[in-house]
Design a protein around this ligand. Structure first.
Ligand code: GLN
Length: 190
């Protein structure tokens, strides 16, 4: 399985390491010609959503990637990646790829709780470590989007078809289960 990792900015190397540890083949998507290569799934990493959104346009990646996701390419967005995939942002007029039927809130935990760690249940997996860094949460899900995890009553993971998002950073822990969950989604499309 070849998994493209959007490598414009942010925490992409950690995703590549985790994918390699699970026997998948990561490759970095940095420019338009990278999209022409064959790949089975895509990871949109954490970082800064406004910067990544701008770069997607400047590098002519935006429409190519959006079309691939809309035609069913499995995608996994973490943190800023969740923001890029959200169809609606409560506190930002500027949406980005907007392929997933969720409403998200950026920097949703305020200054004090900007970054924190917890252990919570993830549907079909069980308890897993969750690292939040100036994270968003999902305030509501729409249509056939399923809720996969909650922290303090706030939605922090969801899935709609082949689109998976987490507000936290599973790539920053030793626990590979969420990446395995994503690779299972990818496998089912092959
Ligand atoms: N606060 C960032 C944003 O709005 C997301 C933070 C992250 O990806 N760790 O894009």
């Amino acid at each position: 399985m070849r998994i493209g990792v959007l490598a414009l900015q942010g925490a992409f190397i950690e995703h590549e390491k985790m994918l390699a540890a699970l026997g998948a083949e990561p490759f970095e998507i940095r420019q338009e010609k990278d999209i022409d290569k064959a790949f089975d799934g895509l990871i949109v990493p954490g970082g800064e959503s406004t910067v990544q959104g701008k770069l997607l346009h400047e590098l002519n990646l935006f429409n190519r990637i959006r079309d691939l996701i809309l035609s069913g390419l499995p995608v996994f967005g973490t943190c800023a990646g969740l923001i890029l995939l959200a169809r609606e942002l409560e506190n930002d007029k500027q949406t980005h790829l907007a392929t997933m039927d969720i409403t998200a809130v950026r920097n949703a935990y305020g200054r004090q709780l900007g970054s924190f760690y917890t252990v919570e249940k993830f549907r079909d997996i069980g308890e897993i470590p969750m690292t939040f860094i100036r994270a968003p949460y999902i305030s509501s899900v729409h249509n056939d989007t399923e809720i996969l995890a909650l922290v303090d009553g706030k939605i922090v993971a969801a899935r709609q078809g082949n689109q998976l998002v987490t507000a936290f950073h599973p790539e920053l822990s030793d626990d590979t289960s969420v990446h395995r969950y994503f690779l299972d989604i990818v496998k089912n499309t092959l």
